[in-house]
Every structure is written in C-alpha cells, then in structure tokens.
Design a protein around this ligand. Sequence first.
Ligand code: GUN
Length: 290
Amino acid sequence: MTKLLDGNQLALKIREEISKEIEEKIINKKRRIPHLGIILMGNNDSSITYVNSKIKECKKTGIKSTLIHLSSSISENILLKEIKKMNLNPLIDGFIVQLPLGKHINQEKIILSIDPKKDVDGFHPENFGKMALGMKSFFPATALGIITMLERNKIDISGKHSVIIGRSRIVGTPISILMSRKAYPGNSTVTITHSKTPNIESFTKQADIIIVAIGIPKFIKSNMIKKGSIIIDVGINNIKNNNKNILIGDVDFHNVYEKVSYITPVPGGVGPMTRIMLLKNTLKAALKNK
Ligand code: GUN
C-alpha cells in the first residue's frame, strides 16, 4: 500500500522538539533567544513567498527573525556591506541570503562573504566541503529535510539505488552527498542525472529511490519508475489552473501513486521540512554561539 510521506505533520513534530530544546537549553538558562537574519534582494514572487514562510515558521517555533529587504537595483558592494553587518552583529546567530540574486551580483562572491559559523544555509564552501568530507557542519536545509524525512519514517536507504534528478547546489548536489555518505542515514548508491543526461527514464526505471528537483511540472510518470519505488518530489511549480495559482510538483502524483511504496505530496512534503531544518540549523548556531 502506498504511504504518503507527510512533511507537514513531521515538521510540526520537529518544531515542537525545537521549541522544547529552546525552552530547556536557552530560556531556562536565561540565554538570549536564537535569532535568524534574512537578506532578501528584489521582488521575485517565489522568493518573497519563501521568505515570508520562513519568518512565520520562526514565530511559531520561538525564534527571532530580522528581515533586511533590499531593492533589486542595489550594488554588490551594498549587499556585501549588509552581509558584513550580519557577520559582525553578535545578536544574530545565523543568517541567509535568499537566492536567486540579481544578474549583476556575483553569487559566488556573496556566498564566500558569509561567516561560515553563521551560514545556516550550509552553502559556504567551508560547510559544503566539510559535509562532503563527512565532517560536522551546517547541511543545506532541503537535503537535511529529505534525509530526516526518510530516517523518521524508518526508510532504510543503505545499499538502495537512489537516482537524483537535478544537480543544483541547493538540492541535487548536497542530497547526493548525504545519501551516499558513509554514515547513518547514508550508504545509498547514488546516480545523479541532469539536463544533459540522455534518456533519464533508463535510470529512473532502475531506482529504488527517486529524488527529483528539476522544475518541470509532472515530469515523472508511472512508465518511468519501477513498482514499489520511493519518490521524493522537491519540485515547486507555480502554475495557473482555471485562473487560480496552484503549486504542483515534478511528479505526476496521481499517475504514479498506485505504483510507488512511498511518496511526498506537493505541497506538504519536502517544503515544510526545508523550512523547519533552517530553524534547526539556527538553533544549532545559537547553541554554539556562547
Ligand atoms: N532559494 C531557494 N531555496 C533556497 C534556500 O534554501 N536558501 C536560500 N538562501 N535561497 C533559496
């Protein structure tokens, strides 16, 4: 029987765990409430929606947040100055710079300018490199959310063939590292496919686990998967349906549902896990920040 991997319910449970940890380790010890900084540049609709939901999640969890919203036309230098302020502000435990940035901004330079100790997105090469080497670091929230979801649902990934579709630094690359690492959860055999992979279905048909983050609505169909596979849908595609905006994933959910053993819905699957993992990283940064 197909089992739905309910991200809303699990994120709620993890939120309660985080709130309890804040109470025990911070409030009861009269320490400062964890504080997340968010730098948002421009008015990209999706970025605004993501940032608002991160702020909302902070409120529900008992984490303070500060948003710096900059115009899309600001220079790279101004953005670097704002990052420096966050780096130096002792009251900020961790912060993120919401991506994507304007075309005139050098994204690499921006990520490199974030203090790795405050890099709760886990995108700085110091954190990313440590993760790749199996060392302790901040892990990118979506990848951490996915392995946590598999672990909490007692899905053993060791020795299973995982096919990842997409190689972005936000999802595809970090999840490939965490799935294949020599640790628990991990030890999966990973194939990464992407826009230049011919005949992607020849890989997905062999997969025990498919993690898809390609940004193509309903890309994965029933004839591309084997029976009993586990599907993790990272796609968030905003489309118009009868003049209404709806969110759909990269998987044709109803088409594959009967054939899979587990599947994440969109919305309500990976999205809430990503948001809560950012807060888990923020708490981790706050507990380290003495
Ligand atoms: N844009 C889309 N996802 C993310 C994320 O996880 N972090 C940041 N900073 N930007 C994003």
